[in-house]
Design a protein around this ligand. Sequence first.
Ligand code: A5P
Length: 220
Amino acid sequence: MKLLAAEKAVEYVKDGMVIGLGTGSTTEYAIKKIGELVKEGLDILCIPTSIRTEELAKKYSISLSTLTEHPRIDLTIDGADEVDPNLNLIKGMGGALFREKVVAKSSDVKIIVVDHTKLVTQLGMKSPLPVEVVPFAYRYCETVLSKLGCIPTLRLINDRPYITDNHNYIIDCKFEVIKDPYELDEKLHATTGIVETGLFIGLADIVLVGTEEGVKELSS
Ligand code: A5P
């Protein structure tokens, strides 16, 4: 189902475009498909949202560039951890939320690829909300986050803090549900030490959902 959604998204990729490449297992199918098309002559430049995606794209000989050289992106294909009925998203379980958000905000068209298990009626129902924080401030951020009604957990890898591509930490915040994503996002951004949040509000133009019956297209 992830593969179906990812390959459908690649149909939007055309010669001459600058493409944002997201991060995660669903996007990886899209990168593989793009790699096949590049081999057949597709002429595009891609901006990766993580070191992991950069390495994968290089493996498929996809030409890469940077936001410095190409601050305007035609189309970005990325995954998500949750999608609500307004096409607001939780992202960042793959740890790339900061670069993913900058790339999304730099893109004319944002296509999100998911399987149907990612659809929720309210954000926070299934996934924690990842929040990227400056390491120096993480204890302070945990205290503020608890007061906002969640259980904050510092993301670890091999018993040590997970380090993002921007050299920060991630705190995964488990809410019962996120009743007002707009208000929460404002409060989080007002907290010193929080670099970015995994709330992607109003950023998805098209969501392609892989289901057993094929790909469903949702648009804003
Ligand atoms: C990466 O930081 C995330 O935002 C991913 O896009 C998200 O976790 C979806 O990943 P999967 O496609 O692996 O579920």
